[in-house]
Write a protein of this length. Structure first.
Length: 224
């Protein structure tokens, strides 16, 4: 597949990951974003041997949007620190069931660190054993036909955080049958898109805003 590059320099490679593409390998053996990005760099710069790529964050397979990769170990270490310390601003767009209250708000809940046997992250309004406090903010852009277009900013970075927290509030994402959606999308896709990342460049510290446009088949408005 052709790689859609959003930003590139001597230390970073930001790309637009389509829904359906793994970020890194799993038991399926399917092609991954890391495979495609490594091939791109190897051919563009005629690099001998193995290409270095540092994975500093991830997106679920069925989610589209911006993914930032490091092309040097120095950049990987510094970027990983930013994600770990919560200094990276992440903005997502989603289509959810129903209409979240008040048009905007903040969700605070508790999420398990790992998924269960089905890969579902448990979410509860109160603490439970080995749970981690999770926080996100949302703003409803538009509601129609029993669905809402929502901009979401996760403050913490938990596994399946947006999916689990929105489902806990009774607003599962369109297509996310694992978390309670009654509507499927093609190819197991869910209506979640990583719209932008804002990071400090690992060399020099300049603020860098990386944006991935919505895919052409973004499911809004929802067609019955």
């Amino acid at each position: 597949m052709k790689l859609e590059v959003l930003f590139e320099d001597n230390h970073l490679l930001a790309v637009h990951k389509p829904a359906g593409l793994l970020v890194q390998g799993d038991h399926s053996g399917d092609e991954t974003l890391l495979d495609v990005a490594a091939s791109y760099l190897k051919h563009k710069y005629d690099k001998p041997g193995k290409v270095y790529l540092g994975l500093v964050h991830r997106l679920d397979r069925n989610v589209s949007g911006v993914v930032l990769l490091a092309t040097t170990s120095k950049a990987a270490g510094r970027l990983s620190g930013q994600f770990r310390d919560g200094t990276v601003d992440k903005i997502y767009q989603a289509v959810v069931t129903g209409c979240p209250p008040n048009g905007e708000g903040e969700l605070r809940s508790w999420l398990a660190a790992k998924g269960d046997a089905r890969g579902v992250t448990r979410a509860e309004p109160e603490p439970f054993a080995e749970a981690r406090k999770s926080l996100l903010r949302y703003n409803v852009v538009e509601s129609r036909g029993g669905w809402s277009l929502v901009v979401i900013k996760p403050v913490t970075g938990r596994r399946h955080q947006i999916r689990a927290q929105m489902a806990l509030e009774g607003h599962p994402l369109l297509g996310d049958v694992k978390y309670g959606s009654q509507r499927r999308l093609a190819d197991h896709r869910i209506a979640l898109h990583a719209l932008s990342l804002t990071v400090s460049h690992p060399v020099g510290g300049k603020s860098l805003i990386l944006t991935a446009p919505l895919p052409e088949d973004w499911p809004w408005p929802v067609v019955d």
